[in-house]
Design a binder for this molecule. Structure first.
Ligand code: SIN
Length: 330
């Protein structure tokens, strides 16, 4: 009996080896991000998954990991270079270790509005910046918007002096650290996944984020005041590793690139929508008071924070700063 069983097993193994039908395993794309699913980046990632799976069924398997489930932003790029994750879209503030040029986007009060940001990102100079991480083995596939950041805190931040002595959670960016130091604040670089707890336990006094991050992570429930400052930008670069991209089969790569392009365009529509609707939802929640900035107050914040431009001009590049400023002209 055992002999018959062995013969059968051997025959099956032989048939499998000589069979002309081979099913290659699908290419796996892990897309890791740190925000909630119902945010511009979260919805973009999910749309990318849908598009690729419609267009390349059985050939490519996309898995999206939101909410820092797989990697936090401070680890994801290292993991990508090791081949443990294939796509991510960290905030532009988190590329400092890979390029100094993208720090441009952290300069406070640089862009007048999101239309200027879009003009700059789509310009030749903006598109060239996507290549600034290539020397480190990464490829920028495109930008995706979240929006302008707002200041939030336990006490109202009307004037720069109100920030004095207060601790602010920031992303891992020296420019953002300098920005808060300019107003006498104490910046603390911490991962996004820790922000809610830091605010809830009052380990920090305040932070800065766009409306959709504040709303989706419920920061407004633990920050009684939000100053509508629009003082800086939080956008993303969709990134993959050069090695992964180059190894994709010729018939697969263009489909991935096209699907990303469409998903990004969709994510940008969501960003525009959510900037308005999440702001409204925060106001309607009654959990946090949204403080408007008068022109005069704004001028004081600009005056206090703008010296950061000069401080980082050498690293970022004077011409790059000028090109960004030019995009403020329609
Ligand atoms: C994100 O929007 O991806 C996170 C931003 C942050 O760390 O504040």
């Amino acid at each position: 009996m055992t002999f018959v069983k062995s013969l059968l097993t051997a025959a099956i193994a032989c048939a499998a080896l000589t069979s002309p039908i081979t099913h290659a395993a699908p290419i796996e794309i892990k897309f890791s991000h740190v925000v909630a699913e119902n945010t511009p980046k979260g919805r973009m990632a999910n749309r990318f998954e849908e598009l690729v799976e419609q267009r390349l069924p059985g050939k490519v398997d996309v898995k999206v990991y939101p909410n820092s489930q797989l990697f936090g932003d401070n680890k994801v790029l290292e993991a990508m270079l090791l081949g443990d994750v294939q796509l991510a879209a960290p905030s532009l503030s988190k590329f400092q270790k890979y390029t100094k040029q993208l720090q441009l986007f952290d300069l406070p009060f640089l862009f007048d509005d999101m239309a200027a940001v879009e003009r700059f990102q789509q310009s030749d100079v903006g598109q060239k910046l996507l290549q600034s991480v290539e020397k480190k083995g990464l490829v920028g596939m495109g930008y995706i918007h979240n929006g302008m950041k707002q200041l939030s805190a336990y006490a109202p931040l009307k004037l720069p002096a109100d920030a004095k002595g207060k601790k602010f959670r920031i992303q891992t960016s020296d420019i953002l650290a300098a920005q808060f130091e300019q107003v006498g604040g104490i910046p603390l670089k911490k991962p996004f996944s820790e922000v809610f707890t830091l605010l809830q336990t009052k380990a920090v006094d305040g932070t800065e984020n766009p409306w959709s991050n504040i709303y989706s992570k419920k920061f407004h429930e633990v920050q009684p005041y939000i100053t509508e400052s629009n003082h800086g930008l939080l956008d993303y670069m969709v990134v993959t590793s050069k090695e992964f991209l180059m190894e994709l089969p010729e018939d697969i790569r263009p489909v991935i690139e096209q699907s990303l392009k469409e998903a990004i365009a969709y994510g940008n529509e969501v960003a525009a929508e959510k900037t308005l609707s999440d702001r409204e939802a925060i106001i309607n929640s009654g959990r946090s008071e949204v403080i408007a900035m008068s022109e005069d107050e704004r001028a004081q914040w600009v005056k206090a924070m703008k010296p950061v431009w000069k401080q980082f001009e050498g690293q970022v590049g004077k011409e790059l700063i000028q090109a960004a400023l030019d995009s403020n002209q329609k």
